[in-house]
Design a protein around this ligand. Structure first.
Ligand SMILES: [Zn+2]
Length: 404
């Protein structure tokens, strides 16, 4: 659309809904002029010139107008808008994460004698899918959310869905690689005829097939083994539903609710780490740094939560951090650091598994790893689709009301 059309699109804001979130904003309200004509064909607007659902607390300028084309969104990645930093902090993170992930297969240290495509690595690849899905969806949501108000809503629904999928990817990696030895869990008995040989992980015995699926089917395993992954999936679905709802309800507490909602999967998904650190004995917390990496993982998660809820630093100086340095960018950086430490923790556990101890007490299968991720993604897509349809219908209704 032309600049004139874009401005008209942006004047959707009804005065009754203005309700500025800070005193600082009152002065901006009547300006009526775009902040700066965009060089790439798009306009950058002040908070008072975009629909209320697009504004962020304490961010006064640098908004893109809904109605950008696909190409304008792409170009906007290279222009200073208030989404540029949000996009790059998660887009570049994909490559950094992929580098550290693939290092697993060419890095030094005691390696599990298995190729990257061996079933041993199915949980790790599921985790990789979860993390990359999260980072890619988040960066794309930030880049393309100015195409229309409905697309903006859908972008953020997808974002929440992929965060949930990531927590399930983590739970799979934790379930298969992180388990206490010593007091909390005894190594599996040697397999008759094979001597529990670790040199051929592909030939994992079927008696070890006590994955969560067979435990759930009542064959073998503890209640924890039966319920851990299914619980992670149910919580992921609940969190996506709750976060999508905060885009329509409880606007005042939306950041707090989203942060709390994602503490829940953290608490449940981390149970194997807690068990390991509690029961794992001397080597568990020290040898490969599980305890250290987990603490750092928690620290970065806490920091990301604080940035997300407190809106520091822009809270103290509205307008100063509109383009660079606002809390959402720090939130992205902290979540990525937490993921990186989590990856190092998982890699440490895998190194420990390859150091001569019996390999996995439970054998991963395609169904119990990728199958779970596929089923979960299908369900998450249904939730996102349902909320997307609702957003579309409500947008149509408000358009019809304006037409009356
Ligand atoms: Zn984000």
């Amino acid at each position: 659309p032309s600049q004139r059309q874009q401005l008209r699109l942006c004047n959707l804001r009804s005065p009754s809904r203005l309700a500025p979130r800070t005193q600082h904003r009152r002065g901006w309200r009547e300006s009526g002029m775009p902040l700066a004509p965009g060089k790439g064909g798009g306009l950058l607007l002040r908070w008072s010139e975009v629909p209320p659902s697009m504004t962020e607390s304490f961010i006064l300028s640098g908004y893109r107008c809904p109605g950008y084309t696909f190409a304008q969104c792409l170009v906007s990645a290279f222009r200073p808008t208030n989404e540029t930093g949000n996009f790059w902090t998660h887009f570049l993170a994909v490559f950094v994460f992929a580098f550290h992930f693939l290092e697993q297969f060419w890095g030094e240290g005691p390696m599990v004698p298995a190729g990257p495509l061996d079933p041993f690595y199915y949980p790790l690849w599921s985790y990789f899918l979860g993390v990359c899905g999260l980072l890619v969806a988040s960066s794309m949501a930030h880049l393309f959310n100015s195409m229309s108000l409905v697309i903006r809503e859908i972008c953020f629904y997808i974002d929440y869905g992929t965060i949930s999928a990531y927590t399930v990817g983590s739970s799979l990696a934790y379930f298969y690689y992180i388990h206490p030895r010593g007091g909390g869990g005894s190594p599996p008995p040697p397999l008759p005829g094979t001597g529990n040989n670790v040199s051929s992980p592909s030939a994992w015995p079927s008696w070890e097939g006590a994955g969560w699926l067979s435990a759930l089917a009542g064959q073998v395993g503890t209640w924890f083994e039966a319920l851990y992954v299914p619980s992670a999936c149910l919580i992921a679905l609940f969190c996506t539903l709750a976060c999508c709802s905060t885009r329509h309800q409880w606007p005042r507490y939306r950041y707090l609710i989203r942060t709390l909602v994602f503490l829940l999967p953290f608490g449940v998904v981390s149970i194997p780490v807690f068990r390991k650190l509690w029961w794992g004995g001397g080597g568990a917390a020290g040898g490969h740094g599980t305890g250290r990496f987990f603490l750092r993982h928690c620290f970065w998660l806490l920091a990301s939560g604080i940035f997300n809820v407190s809106k520091i630093p822009e809270r103290f100086s509205p307008g100063k951090f509109d383009i660079w340095g606002h809390s959402h960018q720090w939130f992205h950086c902290c979540t990525f650091m937490s993921i990186l430490d989590e990856l190092h923790m998982i890699r440490g556990e895998i190194r420990e598994l390859g150091a001569g101890l019996p390999l996995l007490p439970r054998a991963p299968t395609f169904l119990s790893t990728f199958g779970v991720m596929l089923l979960l993604l299908t369900l998450l897509a249904s939730i996102v689709g349902w909320f997307g349809l609702r957003a579309y219908a409500s947008h149509q209704r408000s358009k019809a009301r304006k037409g009356d």
